[in-house]
Design a protein around this ligand. Structure first.
Ligand code: ADP
Ligand code: MG
Length: 700
């Protein structure tokens, strides 16, 4: 059965080969479907009228009822224009035409009522509109797209070739006319009925030419729901398929290593939240299914320990485990701290990063294949195909965000038949809506408790004029035996400048605190050197660490109690929160000081205010998404799901998303393979829709 929406856009009246090429190139519009799913980004309310006396140039558009009282051509040549004086009961304005003068002159009538529409400007002290839309009183013709007129994003290139928003609008109307009565519904009838959704055809029609706000709202709801519903259906059916397809390795016993560690090596009591999560993991890996779990916990909540204990369970069951971190510093640090925690136990641990020497690498490869090596810690380097394990049972991915669905899929292939269990740990809490989408295929554990004795970090905002006070404060703290970080922004567009700032900052710190030992790390340093500097700071051989955001994730120096963030207005919220998480890790009171210039934008101000108001990572994550929009949140692009949302907004449409997820769950519970007649259309959509670039290949 052919679908009219599959037709090439070239064949739409008013398009043709040239415009088709442009639409494809600029907007990716190839078919009727692509065009009809190209939604307006705003609407203008054509029910609103203004009086001439009210008009000012700040208004994006005006609609005025009045009469033309005079009409004359002025000037000659290219400067020639037609000027109409237009009057209502509050004043007079001008309407101007530079093109089509002859035509306008013939059609416009003096002393007749018109509604005019357009963007107001001012010339010689009088308001005017250039090339207004004109609608004779009493006629409805000039409301081409209903009462609300849709506005579409078009590129400069398109505008040059005269395809502006208005033209797109017109094409949409032609298209709607053409496909009327022929649009196939994509959602099951029962769902539409239960949720009182608009039909697809209604929704598509009303999204382009809504007659009133109610219809527009209904259309948007339907289209948002559909968009989110198909993503959820896709994610959940992938999860279902995977759960059914893969028997997981069964880690049936809790053995010698786990118990020895727990009773003899654990330096402190686990928090209740850590215990709860360890239990959840034990339950997962002890069953028949492959574990795919997301561990969320605020900075400093002790995720590493949970990871380590899970790895010990794997080892007790004669499996190997690996821990993947996003940076070398972090991998190194995990290697150091885990080695220390396990010292005296008979466990072989390896470290593999981009800078591991070839000979060492070779040795590691061999030990992995022979099974001699129990735990491999590393960076991305360990998902390379050359890294082969004898019996990989568990993969822990730390500080997630940076690995998407696709990369996780790669890990599953590490074993020929059965994929390892996967535990993903996030650096910063992720807003719920984002977790449901980007990590929607994972089960979730949450550590919602910090280890005892932690005092919440105090956050302060200083303008640059308080620098003397700040320096005094740092001096006092360091004299008392504490350590401090001073962080400078590093944003790629102006990398050079940033390094200059950093180096100046380093020199400034040396001059200001001649009595203290100061180290510096940044991303351009050789990783050996970087690690050495980090290690020195950690061993308290230096007092102040001047750094870029390379220290952002995971670095653990409990004695550091001051975090100064320079030009804090340039950092994103989750970054600020991460950085703040570097202090407050011991028992001393810690401080985070946000330095900024006087001139900061509104959004920056909101970010700083949020930081001062709360220490709660979940709240900050929600705020971050509100301020930035979900598209910018790290991880969405790499999610591998390949969705780009056209109408739904993860920051604002949480409720619709939850509804969509619930409905998708219900349907899959009732009919996992989508084989029932009523669900066939869902099945078809899932497998044919282009936007469903899902990595089915990786699981079959
Ligand atoms: P994150 O969740 O940010 O990765 P870490 O695992 O790095 O946190 O732990 C932060 C700090 O808290 C580390 O110094 C760690 O040793 C310590 N820690 C972890 N669990 C506990 C606990 N139950 N009691 C006390 N300290 C703990
Ligand atoms: Mg960590």
């Amino acid at each position: 059965m052919s679908d009219i929406l599959d037709q090439e856009i070239m064949f739409l009246p008013g398009v043709g080969p040239k415009r088709a090429e442009l639409l494809d190139k600029e907007l990716g519009i190839k078919t009727f479907r692509d065009l009809i799913y190209y939604y307006p980004y705003k609407y203008i309310d054509r029910t609103k009228f203004y009086k001439i006396a009210e008009i000012h140039t700040q208004m994006p558009y005006i609609q005025v009822k009045g009469k033309i009282i005079s009409l004359e051509t002025i000037g000659a040549g290219p400067k020639q224009r037609l000027v109409a004086k237009f009057r209502d009961d509050t004043g007079i304005m001008e309407l101007l035409w530079f093109r089509g003068i002859k035509y306008q002159k013939e059609t416009l009538k003096i002393n007749t009522g018109y509604t005019i529409f357009g963007k107001p400007s001012e010339f010689n002290g009088r308001m005017n509109v250039v090339h207004p839309e004109m609608e004779p009183e009493g006629s409805q013709q000039l409301k081409p797209s209903g009462i609300f007129q849709g506005y579409y994003i078009t590129s400069e290139n398109m505008k040059k070739k005269f395809i502006n928003s208005k033209v797109i609008n017109k094409l949409e109307l032609i298209l709607l006319e053409k496909v009327k009565g022929k649009i196939n519904e994509t959602l099951p009838a029962s769902l539409i009925k239960k949720l009182k959704l608009a039909s697809l055809e209604e929704a598509l029609s009303n999204i382009h030419k809504p007659e009133n706000t109610y219809e527009l709202k209904k259309a948007r709801f339907r289209l948002k729901f559909e968009e989110l519903f198909f993503i959820q259906l896709k994610i959940l059916s992938l999860k279902l398929l995977r759960d059914n397809k893969f028997k997981g390795f069964r880690f049936s016993k809790i053995g010698y290593n786990f118990n020895t560690f727990y009773h003899n090596h654990l330096p402190f009591e686990l928090t209740n939240a850590q215990k709860k999560v360890v239990r959840e993991i034990r339950k997962d890996v002890g069953g028949n299914h492959q574990m795919n779990r997301l561990l969320q916990g605020d900075v400093g909540s002790g995720k590493t320990l949970v990871a380590l204990m899970s790895m010990l369970i794997a080892i007790d069951n004669e499996f190997q485990a690996s821990l993947m971190a996003p940076t070398e510093i972090l991998a190194q640090q995990h290697y150091n701290s885990i080695s220390a925690l396990l010292s005296g136990m008979n466990i072989e641990i390896g470290l593999l990063t981009g800078s591991t020497k070839a000979s060492e690498r070779q040795a590691i490869h061999e030990k992995l294949q022979s099974g001699e090596m129990h735990i491999l810690i590393g960076t991305h380097a360990l998902i390379e195909d050359t890294v082969q394990f004898k019996h990989l049972g568990l993969v822990v991915i730390d500080e997630q965000h940076r690995f998407g669905v696709a990369q996780r899929a790669k890990l599953w292939k590490k074993n020929q038949f059965t994929p390892p269990h996967v535990l993903v740990m996030t650096a910063t809490p992720i807003p719920r809506t984002l977790a449901m989408t980007v990590y929607g295929d994972l089960d979730v554990s949450i550590i919602d408790e910090l280890p005892p004795g932690r005092k919440p970090v105090q956050t302060l905002h200083f303008f640059d004029n308080k620098r003397a006070k700040l320096n005094e404060f740092i001096r006092k703290q360091v004299r008392a035996g504490r350590q401090a970080y001073i962080v400078y922004p590093l944003i790629s567009e102006s990398e050079k400048m940033d390094y200059k700032n950093l180096e100046e900052g380093f020199r400034y710190a040396q001059e200001t605190f001649p009595e203290f030992r100061i180290s510096m790390v940044h991303g351009r340093m050789k990783s050996k050197l970087k690690d050495r500097e980090m290690q020195k700071f950690k061993n308290k051989e230096t007092d102040i660490m001047v750094a870029t955001t390379v220290i952002e994730v995971g670095v653990d120096v409990p004695n550091a109690t001051i975090m100064v963030i320079e030009s804090a207005e340039r950092f994103g919220l989750s970054q600020l929160h991460q950085l703040r998480g570097r202090v407050g890790r011991g028992t001393g009171q810690s401080f985070c000081i946000l330095m900024s210039s006087y001139k900061i934008g509104n959004e920056s101000r909101k970010r700083l205010e949020t930081m001062i108001r709360t220490n709660d990572g979940f709240e900050i994550a929600e705020m971050d998404m509100k301020l930035r929009g979900p598209g910018d949140i790290e991880g969405t692009q790499q999610s591998g799901i390949g969705f780009d949302l056209k109408i739904a907004n993860l920051g604002k449409d949480g409720e619709i998303l939850q509804l969509a997820r619930d409905k998708a769950t219900e349907i899959l519970q009732d009919d996992p393979q989508l084989e029932k007649k009523e669900n066939l259309l869902l099945r078809k959509h899932l497998f044919t829709n282009q936007n469903t670039e899902f990595n089915w290949g990786s699981i079959s």
